[in-house]
Design a protein around this ligand. Structure first.
Ligand code: SAH
Length: 357
């Protein structure tokens, strides 16, 4: 059993079944999530016998920090973790104003097969366990804590498809949202998805033990129509374009949370003014109140071995302005961390046979 896989209630249940005091779950949560200790032995208000019992029954950590790579401007840090089976995953910490955003992985590899993304190039290996997700956040938070800082935002935009690992992602959000956990509000948590319609519906009906998910949702749309979407995102063949827009609209209506459409701009593929107009039309038709359908433009970040180009700045600006003219709320994501291959789409896993150091 992994410590960071357990909700407070699960930990209390386990203690009760082991004839221990269930309220100790709260104390343990405070030790690990608020005082940020890194071992059972640091939990000094617990008796030695109880700590020994915990050590015997529960594994404290399941990922190991291998390396931290800072970007030149020291605004972005890539964390490389080794898993127990020898695979490596990555998370990225981004400093932006007062925000400390951690971008985390949900799977080793990815099934998406998006032509522009490094994460799926080596295929799919496995889902991450809840603890492997939570520990990416907790371990980085512990490092920030030493500088009297803390993580403010969590985005599931690292490697893998979070909705394809629904249960572990659900549990990890419940854990970091807990008031005695990291107490990160769901408003500060974002899931980005390639567009699993049935899983988005599951999000809407995700009530489990009085906890339901109400996070910000981002769809990797990347095209103004089904045809272009399928050409760069093979996974898109499995879902229908308008069905996707509709489920996003439903998500907004029912949760009142921000929804965002991510749109990678790729030279000559989806970056023409006609595409901007088509996108604006699609969103205007579905969202009467266009202010709630944000478009986030991401100029393509280069990925080794991929023969695509980022559009010129003028093309990006023109696309941006066209959407704005049509009344769409649009923003542009700047590639943070591209010098350390930590920008969107550049995260990849190394497998144990490929480790070079
Ligand atoms: N599987 C989820 C989570 C990954 S999020 C999803 O598809 O949304 C990673 C984000 O970075 C996605 O919007 C993805 O489409 C985008 N991305 C991937 N490769 C990229 C690249 N080379 N340049 C810019 N953005 C990229």
């Amino acid at each position: 059993m992994d410590l960071f896989s357990l909700t407070k209630e699960q930990l209390a249940d386990f203690l009760k079944k082991s004839s221990e005091k269930p309220f100790r779950a709260k104390q343990i949560f405070e030790w690990i999530y608020q005082k940020k200790v890194a071992s059972f032995d640091d939990m000094t208000n617990l008796s030695k016998e109880f700590r020994d019992f915990l050590k015997k029954e529960i594994q404290f950590s399941s990922i190991k920090l291998k390396n931290i790579v800072p970007s030149k401007d020291e605004q972005t840090y890539k964390y490389i973790w080794e898993l127990e089976d020898g695979h490596f995953i990555e998370s990225v910490l981004i400093f932006s104003g007062i925000r400390r955003t951690v971008c985390i992985s949900a799977q080793v590899g990815c099934k998406g097969g998006c032509v522009f993304c490094a994460s799926g190039k080596e295929g799919f290996i496995r889902n991450l366990k809840t603890s492997e997700i939570v520990e990416q956040i907790v371990n980085i938070d512990r490092i920030l804590f030493q500088k009297e800082e803390r993580i403010s935002n969590v985005v599931f935009m690292g490697m893998g498809e979070p909705l394809d690992n629904f249960d572990a992602v659900f549990a990890s959000i419940q854990i970091v949202n807990d008031e005695e956990g990291l107490n990160i509000s769901q408003r500060k948590i974002t899931i980005s998805t390639v567009g699993l319609v049935d899983k988005i519906s599951n999000l809407l009906n995700s009530d489990k033990n009085n906890f339901s998910l109400k996070v910000n949702l981002t769809l990797s749309l990347h095209a103004p129509n089904q045809k272009i979407r399928e050409s760069i995102l093979p996974f898109a063949k499995k879902n229908n374009f308008s069905e996707l827009i509709n489920i996003m609209k439903e998500y907004y209506v029912r949760t009142k949370r921000d929804i965002t459409f991510e749109y990678i701009l790729i030279d000559g593929v989806n970056d023409q003014l006609a595409h901007a107009k088509e996108l604006a039309r699609v969103l205007s038709l579905s969202f009467k109140d266009k202010g709630h359908a944000n478009v986030n433009l991401i100029p393509y970040n280069p990925v080794l071995g991929v023969n695509l180009r980022r559009p010129k700045k003028e093309a990006v600006d023109a696309f941006f302005e066209e959407l704005e003219r049509e009344g769409i709320k649009v923003s542009q994501r700047y590639a943070k961390g591209s010098d350390i291959a930590a920008a969107c789409g550049q995260l990849a896993f190394l497998n144990k046979n490929k480790e070079t150091d």
